[in-house]
Design a protein around this ligand. Sequence first.
Ligand SMILES: *Cc1c(COP(=O)(O)O)cnc(C)c1O
Length: 358
Amino acid sequence: MSRPIVATINQQALKNNLSIVRQMISSARIWAVVKANAYGHGIKRIWKSLCQADGFALLSIHEALLLRDSGWQKPILLLEGFFHPNDITILAQYNLTTVVHSQWQIQALAKAKLLAPLDIYLKMNCGMNRLGFQPDDIHSVWQQLKEIKNVGTLTLMAHFANAEYTTGVTKPMQKIYQVLRKLNCQMSLANSAAILWHPQTHCNWVRPGIILYGSCPKRDGNQSIMSNNGFEPVMTLNSEIIAIQEIAFGSTVGYNNSYRANCKQRIGIVACGYADGYPRHAPSGTPVKILEHITKTIGTVSMDMMAIDLTMCPQAYIGSKVELWGKNVKIDDVASASQTVGYELMCALSPRVPVQLK
Ligand SMILES: *Cc1c(COP(=O)(O)O)cnc(C)c1O
């Protein structure tokens, strides 16, 4: 028998989450964001569950070709565009839509010898200050691109830094409306947070990522918007108790004595550690499910193991099932206890964890 840890991917939940997004956006089209190996879920494994999307958005040509080779013929968007001029011929060959965010990419496009023009997403920097052209330059860059014969359709794209906040898109939207005074164009603006909280950003194409996987884009705070809308967690991480300890008052558990028992206590050792992708920063008290009970972690998470409190679950024994995250223990709760976001935990699922489809 192998080590009992296993991640389960719920394909029906993916389909369901996509159809909820579809209902929220009325007529906009959907780029399902599957970068970072589909947020750790495995792009190869899950893309078919998202095939009702209008296109897939990702970062690497490698992932794009994987989709093309698997038979996906509809649009694919490279969210950061091409990283080297040599890549442009591959984009044309495989009909990949590309973001253009910098002047060097425009020069490279103008010079390339292509059999067919490329569809372009022109990226505007509306305050994130990572990629894109300044709002004041958009009009002239747009004209410049229109002159290039390798350029097919043009779409304006922006990305929000703070869409999870009530007033988080106000300033960026002002900049976008300013650009629109001179330009009549197709647009793609909304990530998951903007889809949930800012319908005015939905426009022509939305780009949901995290909500497709059933986790909330908003850190901490009230995440009931997810369940209220019917979104379901896609990934469940389960393992089992592999040992039990009865510890005396004053005993410590695990490395660094970070936990000390203040009474006689029964604890379970779970086959899951930070080398599986469980956050080492999860403090004592992080929620975890044992049989039908929600209990808490104890002490510092080790590489391959962690300890949990069994006080309220005397019937738990070796082989009892433990849910680290999933339907009952929200990945967002484990994340916020660990000072991070659900995104990071999903993406960090270790390749050593076996994955099964449900
Ligand atoms: C990752 C990404 C998204 C999706 O973001 P979520 O918060 O997961 O919805 C959308 N647009 C761009 C440009 C991205 O890089």
